[in-house]
Design a protein around this ligand. Structure first.
Ligand SMILES: C[S@@+](CC[C@H](N)C(=O)[O-])C[C@H]1O[C@@H](n2cnc3c(N)ncnc32)[C@H](O)[C@@H]1O
Length: 300
C-alpha cells in the first residue's frame, strides 16, 4: 500500500495550498454532478454527501467511520446531521487540520481498522482512499486480492449485519494497458507516460482492475447493493479543482516559493506537482481509468 511517507508526500507537503485553494474542509474526491455540469463544485460535493447519507443512513445518533477522511468534509457533514463521525488518515497535516475543526480524527492505517480499533459503528464510508490501499509492489507480488480481502474482512466486523459501507474509488478502466508498459520514458502523451506520471503523483498506489475485483474481494462478508460509474463527473471535478488551484493568491505564491528547494532537488516532485498536465483527467478521458460509487451491505 502507499505508506505514511507516500501519503505525507501527496497530501501533507502541499496541505496549506490545498486548503487555500479548495477550502478548509476540502473535499478531495470526485463530486456528484450526475452529468449536470451547470452545478457548482460545492453543490456537486454537497450532492455527494447527501447521496452517501441516503445510502448508508447518516442520521442523528448514528456512528459513522470514515476511512481516509482527508481534510474532514464528510465528517463535518456527519456532525451537521447530529451523527458521530470518526475518521482515520495517514497524513499528519490532514489530521491536524481536522482536529482544529473539532473533528474526531486519528492517524491510523485504514487497512488495520477493525471492531477493536474504535468500537462499533452503524456504517462506514471511504471516499477516494481505496486507491492507496494496494501498492505496485503488492500487485507485483500477486497480493492485490489478499490486501482487499483482508481489509473488507476487518472492517465488516465493525458494522452490524445489514450495516452499510459506501466505497467511492477510482479503478483501472477498460483500456488499461499492461503494467510492464508503464514508463516515464515512454513518449510524452502516450498512455504509458500518463500512467507513469500518475504513479509519481500518487507514489505507492495501485488501483483495482474494475469494480469486479473489488466486489469479488468484498464477498462473502459484504454484498454489493449498487454500483454507479462517476467517470464523467470526475473529469468535471478535476477541471474545477484545477481552476481553483490556478486562482491567484499571494499566500499561495509565498507557500510555493518555500517549495522551490524541493522542486530543484527532486525530479519526482517536479513531475508530481509541476508537470502542467492532469494525468488523472487524461486517463479518465481515455478510459484507462474509471470511477465507481459502490454501496455494500454486511452479509453475515
Ligand atoms: C484523495 S484523499 C480523500 C479524502 C476524503 N475522503 C475526501 O473525500 O475528501 C485520500 C485520503 O486517504 C487517506 N489514506 C490513504 N491510505 C490510507 C490508509 N492506509 N490509512 C488511512 N488513510 C489513508 C489519505 O491520507 C487521504 O486522507
Amino acid at each position: 500500500m502507499a505508506d505514511r511517507n507516500d501519503l505525507e508526500f501527496t497530501y501533507s507537503l502541499i496541505d496549506r495550498i490545498f486548503r487555500l485553494s479548495l477550502g478548509e474542509l476540502a473535499d478531495f474526491s470526485g463530486a456528484k454532478y450526475d452529468g449536470d455540469f451547470s452545478l457548482s463544485l460545492e453543490q456537486a460535493q454537497r450532492r455527494k454527501h447527501d447521496y452517501v447519507a441516503e445510502q448508508i443512513g447518516i442520521e442523528p445518533g448514528r456512528r459513522v467511520l470514515d476511512l481516509g477522511c482527508g481534510w474532514g468534509p464528510l465528517l463535518a457533514f456527519i456532525r451537521e446531521r447530529d451523527a458521530d463521525g470518526v475518521g482515520v488518515t495517514l497524513s499528519s497535516a490532514q489530521a491536524a487540520a481536522c482536529r482544529r475543526h473539532g473533528l474526531d480524527v486519528h492517524i491510523a492505517d485504514a487497512r488495520r481498522v477493525d471492531r477493536e480499533s474504535f468500537g462499533d459503528f452503524d456504517a462506514i464510508a471511504s471516499l477516494g482512499a481505496f486507491e492507496h490501499f494496494c501498492s505496485p509492489a503488492d500487485y507485483e507480488a500477486d497480493r492485490q486480492d489478499e490486501v482487499y480481502r483482508r481489509l473488507f474482512e476487518r472492517i465488516a466486523t465493525a458494522i452490524p449485519v445489514d450495516g452499510r459501507l459506501y466505497l467511492q474509488t477510482m479503478v483501472f478502466g477498460r483500456n488499461m494497458i499492461p503494467y510492464e508498459e508503464i514508463s516515464i520514458d515512454a513518449p510524452r502523451d502516450s498512455d504509458a507516460w500518463y500512467l507513469a506520471l500518475m504513479g509519481r503523483q500518487f507514489p505507492g498506489s495501485w488501483l483495482p482492475f474494475g469494480k469486479e475485483q473489488i466486489v469479488s474481494a468484498a464477498e462473502p462478508s459484504l454484498r454489493l447493493v449498487s454500483a454507479v460509474s462517476g467517470r464523467l463527473d470526475y473529469i468535471e471535478t478535476i477541471k474545477q479543482w484545477r481552476r481553483r488551484f490556478a486562482e491567484p493568491s499571494l499566500r499561495k505564491r509565498l507557500l510555493k516559493l518555500r517549495l522551490v528547494p524541493r522542486w530543484l532537488t527532486s525530479s519526482d516532485f517536479r513531475l508530481a506537482f509541476t508537470s502542467g498536465v492532469s494525468a488523472n483527467s487524461v486517463c479518465f478521458e481515455r478510459e484507462l481509468l474509471d470511477h465507481y460509487r459502490l454501496v455494500f451491505e454486511r452479509a453475515r
